[in-house]
Design a protein around this ligand. Structure first.
Ligand code: KDG
Length: 339
């Protein structure tokens, strides 16, 4: 969004202006506004990360670029906001990579269950050549991906019973993100998955359209799912990254200096956001227990059984997303794990 292009004032005075103003004399005095929308709440690590991005951009541009923040899916769900970026009617959004598979199918490799063992492993892959190669597929869709942030490891909540073993998934109606890998994985486990936009989840849980959902602990807390869910099972079945996206039509209007400030701000805010996210993941469990959720762990043996049932789903999608890419991913993970 460009507010006012008032090049005249600075431009015409530039030659005669006092020394102090010379630095800005040649630049168009364009006031820009970045509208940034996300699905989660302001108190969630993602919301706090977005506020950090705003602070850095406004400070580094001396207020020339303003960031307006919109939380809690006020501007739509992840897919709708991503479409708005493509259309150039919204500048920034930070969706989970999972619903982006309709735009760039390769994001789906990050949806493979039990791919990463830690947030740090995820950082190394996302910030390394594989993560960056996938971001490079965005510009042809009028999107620019500047960095990855963290949504985190997902855990299952439901209203029927604790999920402690493979058989406990049988028949559970579970809301999943709009992503085929998630859908197929839950189907393979015997559950009855329903893809749904994030903004509809609370109402679906409350109205019992579904029995359960899965999300990182910080989201289960921030979105008050504990009010409508009894059981929390620590499945940690998949890690979800966020992708920091900016509309390409907006990006292309920026000067190289402005692009650098914005790219670096998204990376710096992302570092802060990942730290907050990891702290929140540890702290949320206590809070959720206090809210009365019944928490259970899964044994390593059960996790192994679950992994085996899901493996054919991973094999199927490895072919679809590209064998070479998946081999490269596994190779790099093996190298990271050796260190
Ligand atoms: O802004 C991000 C959220 O809208 C969403 O991605 C959260 O993980 C999520 C989900 O379950 O949809």
């Amino acid at each position: 969004l460009i507010l006012a292009a008032c090049g005249g004032a600075n431009g015409s005075d530039g030659a005669t202006g006092a020394g102090g103003n010379d630095a800005t004399a040649g630049q168009a005095a364009t006031q820009r506004v970045i509208k940034a929308g996300i699905g989660l709440n302001e108190d969630h690590p993602e919301g706090q990360g977005l506020l950090k991005f705003k602070e850095i951009v406004e400070q580094k541009t001396g207020g020339k670029i303003k960031v307006e923040t919109y939380f809690a899916a006020q501007l739509g769900d992840d897919q709708q906001m991503t479409e708005a970026l493509k259309a150039g009617t919204l500048e920034v959004t930070v969706p989970s990579t999972s619903p982006l598979v309709g735009t760039v199918k390769e994001f789906g490799i990050f949806d493979f269950p039990f791919l990463f063992n830690s947030g740090e492993e995820a950082d190394a892959i996302l910030d390394g050549p594989i993560g960056q190669k996938i971001l490079e597929k965005l510009p042809e869709h009028n999107l620019v991906g500047l960095s990855y942030w963290e949504n985190g490891f997902r855990n299952l909540t439901n209203n029927q019973h604790p999920v402690a073993k493979l058989e406990d998934f049988q028949g559970l109606k579970i809301r999943t993100m709009q992503n085929e890998v998630h859908l197929d994985a839950f189907q393979a486990l015997g559950a009855n998955p329903t893809p749904m936009a994030f903004s509809e989840v609370f109402t679906a849980l409350e109205g019992k359209t579904v029995d359960g959902q899965e999300n990182p602990l910080a989201t289960i807390l921030s979105n008050k799912y504990y009010e409508v869910q009894d059981y929390l099972s620590m499945t940690r079945h998949v890690y979800t990254p966020f992708a920091f996206l900016i509309s390409k039509s907006f990006w292309d209007q920026l000067t190289p200096e402005e692009q650098t400030i914005i790219r670096e701000a998204s990376i710096e805010a992302g570092k802060y956001q990942r730290e907050l996210s990891r702290k929140a993941d540890q702290e949320a469990l206590d809070a959720l227990t206090k809210e009365g959720m019944k928490v259970n762990e899964l044994s390593d043996a059960e996790k192994e059984r679950i992994k085996q049932v899901i493996q054919p789903v991973i094999d199927k999608y490895s072919e679809q997303f590209g064998r070479d890419l998946v081999d490269q991913l596994n190779q790099q993970l093996a190298e990271i794990r050796k260190q």
